[in-house]
Design a protein around this ligand. Structure first.
Ligand SMILES: Nc1ncnc2c1ncn2[C@@H]1O[C@H](COP(=O)(O)OP(=O)(O)O)[C@@H](O)[C@H]1O
Ligand SMILES: O=P(O)(O)OC[C@H](O)CO
Length: 495
C-alpha cells in the first residue's frame, strides 16, 4: 500500500524523520544532532552538506525502522527551522557559504540603520515583520556583500537562495525544483503576505536580485519527486511548511483564536487570526498560518529566541546539570524564598522587546543561591516570556475572543515542572497533546492532505488528543508579583 507519510523535521539542533501511518499515527523515527558553529560572538552557522546528509540518513533509517520502503510512501512532508539562509550554486547544488542561522545577529547594525532610516513601516506593511537580524533578508544581503564574487554570480542567475526547505527540495529533486512554500517565504522579509508574492520594494530595499528567489507555492501541492537513486524509487514531496506553521496544523489550531506554543531551542507562540492579517500594536509579528488552495490563513506570532537553549547552557556551559531532565528535578528543590531571575538574552531579546544588542543576566543572587535556584529561574524564564507574549496578543486580538487554553509542544514540554510553572505564572490551563512531535505531524498532515488521504483543516481532522492538562495552582497575586520581578529584571538588560 502506498499510504505511508514521511515527515522530515529539519530543526535548529537536530534533523528528524518520522514515518506516519495514513491515520497520522507515528510509526518509526530517526534523529541526528546538528553541529552548531559560532565563528564570532553572536554569529551562528550550520553546514548545509551536513543538513542534507542527515536528512537522507534519517529518512532511510525511519523507513528501515518502520519496516517500510520508499515504495510504500504516499508522500513526503518537509518542515524546517525557518529564516535560516542558504545561498547555493545552481550547477553544483553546493552552498557557497555555511547557512546563516535564524539566531545569528551579525546584521544587527544593518537592521538598526534600516530602523533609523524609517524603513520599519514599509517592512511591517508588506511583510508583517520588523527590522531584526532574525529574518532572512539581511542575512542574504550579508552573503551577497561578503562572499567573493557572490553578487556578480547572483546577477548572472548562477546562484539560488532558499531557506532550508528550498535547499532540501533542490537537493532531493536533483536540482530540478527551486521552490518554497508561502509560510517560509513569509519569514524572509521579502514577501508581501497580503498579496502572496515577492515584493519589489523590499527586494530593492535589501538589494536582492529577483533571479535568486524560489517560486512560492501552497503548503500542500506537488513540489516534485525525489531522485530515484536517493531512496530507491521516486517519491513525491507533497507538503512543506515552516516548523511553527506545521506545528499549528499538528496542534489542530484550525479555528481563529486558537493558540499553540512550541518550546524547542526557542519558543514560538502563534495565534490563528483566520483570513485577516492583523497588524500588531505590540511588536508581535503578523505572519501566515498556512496557504491552501491559494487561500491564506494568517497568524499573530510571538518569537522568543531562547527557551530550551537555556537548559542546554545549564548543561554544556555551566555544567550544573548532566541532562535536560535534571533541570526540573533540581528546580523542584529550589528555595521558594529566593527571588532569582534569569534573563536568557544570549542572542538579544525577541518579541515584544526586539533588542538585538541585549545580553543575558542572572539577578537576585545571594550566598544561598545554588544550582537549584538557577535551574528554577531558567525554567521560569520561559513561562515569564510566554506571559509577556500572551499579554501582547490579548492586547492585539483581545475582544475577538477565542481559546483560553495554551496548546504546547516541543522538546521542553517533556518537563512537567516547566509546564506547571507555565500554567501557574500564566494563570491559564496548558494542554500537552499525546503526540508531542506536532511539527512532524503537521508536515505529514500536509503530505496526506495533498495525497487525498486526509480532509482539509477542520473538525473532520482528528489527530489531536490530550495527554495532560496543567491547571494553574499559584494564587494570582503571587504570579503577578513574580512577573513584576521578571519585568524589572528584563528592564535591566535592555540597551
Ligand atoms: N526534560 C526537559 N526539561 C527541560 N528542557 C528540556 C527537557 N527535554 C528537552 N529539553 C530542551 O528541549 C530542547 C529540544 O527541543 P526540540 O523540540 O528537539 O528542539 P529544536 O527543534 O529546536 O531542535 C533542548 O533545548 C532541551 O534543552
Ligand atoms: O528549530 P526550532 O524548532 O528551534 O525552530 C526554529 C524556528 O523556526 C525559528 O524561527
Amino acid at each position: 500500500m502506498t499510504d505511508l507519510l514521511l515527515a522530515i523535521d529539519q530543526g535548529t539542533t537536530s534533523t528528524r524523520a518520522i514515518l506516519h501511518g495514513p491515520d497520522l499515527a507515528p510509526r518509526a523515527s530517526a534523529q541526528l544532532p546538528l553541529a552548531q558553529h559560532f565563528p564570532a560572538p553572536g554569529w551562528v552557522e550550520h553546514e548545509p552538506e551536513e543538513i542534507f546528509a542527515a536528512t537522507l540518513a534519517t529518512m532511510r533509517d525511519a523507513l528501515a525502522q518502520g519496516g517500510a520502503s520508499a515504495a510504500d510512501l504516499a508522500g513526503i512532508g518537509i518542515t524546517n527551522q525557518r529564516e535560516t539562509t542558504v545561498l547555493w550554486d545552481r550547477r553544483s547544488g553546493r552552498a557557497i557559504h555555511r547557512a546563516i542561522v535564524w539566531q545569528d545577529r551579525r546584521t544587527a547594525a544593518h537592521c538598526a540603520r534600516l530602523a533609523a532610516e524609517g524603513a520599519g513601516a514599509l517592512i511591517a506593511e508588506r511583510s508583517g515583520l520588523l527590522p531584526d537580524p532574525y529574518f532572512s533578508a539581511t542575512k542574504l544581503a550579508w552573503l551577497l556583500e561578503n562572499v567573493g564574487g557572490a553578487r556578480a554570480a547572483a546577477e548572472r542567475g548562477d546562484l539560488a537562495f532558499g531557506t532550508i526547505d528550498s535547499f532540501l527540495l533542490w537537493r532531493l529533486t536533483g536540482g530540478r525544483v527551486h521552490a518554497t512554500d508561502a509560510t517560509n517565504a513569509a519569514r524572509t522579509m521579502l514577501f508581501d503576505i497580503r498579496r502572496g508574492c515577492w515584493d519589489q520594494d523590499l527586494l530593492k530595499l535589501f538589494g536582492i536580485p529577483e533571479a535568486l528567489l524560489p517560486e512560492v507555492r501552497d503548503n500542500a501541492c506537488e513540489f516534485g519527486s525525489t531522485e530515484p537513486g536517493l531512496l530507491g524509487v521516486a517519491v513525491p514531496v507533497r507538503g512543506m511548511a515552516g516548523d511553527q506553521h506545521a506545528a499549528m496544523l499538528g496542534q489542530a489550531c484550525f479555528a481563529p483564536g486558537m493558540v499553540k506554543s512550541t518550546y524547542g531551542t526557542g519558543c514560538f507562540l502563534l495565534l490563528n487570526t483566520g483570513d485577516v492579517a492583523v497588524p500588531s500594536q505590540n511588536r508581535l509579528l503578523t505572519t501566515l498560518a498556512w496557504q491552501l488552495g491559494g487561500q491564506r490563513t494568517y497568524a499573530l506570532e510571538g518569537a522568543i529566541f531562547i527557551a530550551g537553549a537555556a537548559v542546554q547552557w545549564l548543561r554544556d556551559g555551566l555544567g550544573i546539570i548532566k541532562d535536560a531532565a535534571e533541570s526540573g528535578r533540581l528546580a523542584a528543590q529550589a528555595d521558594p524564598a529566593q527571588g532569582v531571575y534569569f534573563v536568557p538574552a544570549f542572542t538579544g531579546l525577541g518579541a515584544p522587546h526586539w533588542d538585538a544588542e541585549a545580553r543575558g543576566a542572572i539577578l537576585g543572587l545571594t550566598r544561598n543561591t545554588g544550582p537549584a535556584e538557577i535551574c528554577r529561574a531558567a525554567l521560569e524564564a520561559v513561562a515569564f516570556q510566554t506571559r509577556d507574549l500572551v499579554e501582547a496578543m490579548q492586547a492585539d486580538w483581545g475582544a475577538r475572543g477565542g481559546a483560553t487554553v495554551l496548546r504546547v509542544d516541543g522538546g521542553m514540554t517533556a518537563s512537567d515542572y516547566a509546564m506547571q510553572a507555565l500554567a501557574d505564572l500564566l494563570g491559564a490551563p496548558v494542554d500537552r497533546p499525546v503526540v508531542q512531535e506536532t511539527t512532524a505531524l503537521g508536515a505529514a498532515y500536509l503530505a496526506g492532505l495533498q495525497a487525498g488521504l486526509l480532509p482539509p483543516p477542520g473538525p473532520a481532522v482528528a489527530h489531536w488528543r490530550l495527554d495532560r492538562r496543567f491547571q494553574p495552582a499559584m494564587p494570582r497575586a503571587e504570579a503577578d508579583r513574580r512577573h513584576a520581578g521578571w519585568q524589572d529584571a528584563v528592564r535591566r538588560v535592555l540597551t
